[in-house]
Design a protein around this ligand. Structure first.
Ligand SMILES: Cc1cc2nc3c(=O)[nH]c(=O)nc-3n(C[C@H](O)[C@H](O)[C@H](O)COP(=O)(O)OP(=O)(O)OC[C@H]3O[C@@H](n4cnc5c(N)ncnc54)[C@H](O)[C@@H]3O)c2cc1C
Length: 429
């Protein structure tokens, strides 16, 4: 019986994707130095770094390249991690904060290097804005600027209410922080470009090839419905879509849905009014709104974390009111695409990376800020496989907490958490 092919979710990105071949499913036995599970940013970043160093690598993808969060996200290149170095220092000490801080701005550089080296067409633009809705948030941004500068990241500009109005056509914000080395991309086209770069170096990708079982050993065996890969090393990069394949990873992370829509293409005069400098924006709420323009002049607007990966039928109903609160001038504009995607949340909101066995590595849980971290993670995983594990160890040393209450309580607990944070956002505390 033929199995059903899994297509990309219906999204603006899928509708505007660069041409990319369908890869065959894995059939029979294959052998490689490294097998990677998952063709998102984490998996392909790792695979590309390894292929550049001459390793033979096979990537197994359950659906299509970029089918997961990497092909659905807001496209915002945001530096650092979901928890910043001040929190890391408070929780884990200065040495850990310094180690992670030294890498916090590397992922964005890797993306730019990749785009330039392989000529990836993914609408790369410079600049991201953290927008403050309250004076408390603006003070926190001032602190963030000082903190990031301490770690050598200097292309930052703090702006007041008048200053941010020059970048964002709304009166909602009291100010913001501009990171000129942030930016935005068409994420599906970035990941498709990275896949093509990997294949140009001899790497192999099998799509529609869900891994169903891993057999540990000196040679790891990775099984799919119709085939098997034998490899010296395995990298697990299934993130929020990994399911129960590796229970040890599942218990430490929670797939969370977040929703995105895009409008119809807007007249250029209107886009200049909304985002005159074409930077992307995220606000500073816990349950944040994020938005940007696309290359064909649509507004792409996301937000509305639905904890527990619930798939809301009416994404427009959920996001449109948020968009109109920021830009009431869009009241008559039509929404053309709406979709949902899962990111992986950890209890500490710090990413988790390390080893499951001597030759099995993983990375997951960027908690909503993964575009840059996943590119860094790929480099760190490839370094560890090549015998230089020091930088990966800085992440591996972070404690990974399982969600209290086990699997049954994770979703209700986080729904309550979302409600709590929603109330805090409304009260501005
Ligand atoms: C809607 C949305 C908006 C976001 N916006 C931003 C943003 O603007 N900026 C930002 O920094 N971050 C953002 N994020 C987070 C960011 O997209 C993710 O952190 C990042 O893409 C994770 O990449 P990944 O490769 O680890 O996982 P994914 O891209 O999810 O890839 C995992 C892949 O593994 C495959 N897989 C899983 N299990 C198996 C298996 N058993 N066998 C084979 N394959 C398997 C899946 O099919 C999937 O393709 C957003 C996330 C979402 C969902």
């Amino acid at each position: 019986m033929a199995t059903q092919k899994i297509a990309h979710t219906s999204s603006y990105y899928a509708a505007s994707a660069n041409p990319s071949p369908e890869r065959p499913p894995l059939r029979g036995a294959e052998r490689a130095d490294v097998c990677v599970i998952g063709a998102g940013f984490t998996g392909l970043s790792t695979a590309l770094h390894l292929a550049e160093q001459g390793y033979s690598v096979i990537v197994l993808e359950a659906a299509r390249v970029g089918w997961g969060a990497s092909g659905r996200n807001g496209g915002q290149i945001v530096n650092s991690y979901s928890r910043d170095m001040d929190v890391i220092e408070r929780w884990h000490g200065k040495a850990t904060a310094d180690a992670l801080g030294g890498m916090a701005f590397e992922g964005g550089r890797i993306i730019r290097e990749r785009v330039a080296k392989y000529g990836i067409q993914c609408d790369l633009k410079d600049g991201n804005i953290f927008a403050a809705l309250t004076h408390k948030q603006l003070k926190e941004l001032e602190d963030k600027k000082a903190l990031w500068e301490r770690y050598g990241h200097t292309r930052l500009e703090l702006v007041d209410a008048t200053g941010i109005r020059r970048h964002v056509g709304t009166d909602r914000y009291v100010g913001g922080l501009i990171d000129h080395s942030g930016g935005h991309i068409h994420p599906l086209n970035l990941v498709l470009g990275e896949a093509a770069a990997f294949e140009s170096l001899g790497g192999k990708i099998f799509e529609q090839s869900a891994v169903t079982k891993i057999t540990e050993g000196k040679t790891v065996k990775v099984h799919t419905a119709a085939g098997e890969v034998s490899a010296r090393f395995l990298v697990v990069a299934g993130n929020a879509y990994l399911g129960d394949l590796v229970p040890k990873l599942a218990e430490k992370s929670l797939p969370c849905g977040t929703q995105v829509l895009t409008t119809e293409p807007l007249p250029e005069s209107l886009t200049r009014e909304l985002l005159p400098t074409d930077m992307c924006v995220e606000d500073c709420n816990y349950l944040l709104d994020y938005y940007r323009l696309t290359a064909d002049n649509r507004l792409l607007y996301g937000g509305g974390t639905v904890y527990g990966a619930r798939d809301p039928g009416e994404i427009e109903q959920l996001i449109r009111p948020k968009m109109l609160k920021t830009f009431p001038q869009l009241a008559k504009v039509k929404v053309q695409f709406g979709w949902t995607g899962n990111f992986s949340l950890t209890l500490s909101r710090l990413p988790q990376a390390g080893k499951l066995a001597d030759n099995i590595y993983y990375s997951q849980g960027c908690s909503g800020h993964g575009v840059t971290y996943t590119h860094l993670a790929g480099r760190l995983l490839s370094e560890a496989i090549a015998g230089k594990p020091e930088r990966l160890k800085a992440f591996a040393g972070l404690p990974h907490f399982p969600f209290p209450g086990g699997r049954l309580l994770r979703v209700p607990m986080l729904t309550a958490g979302a409600w709590y944070y929603g109330v805090r956002d409304k009260l501005g505390v």
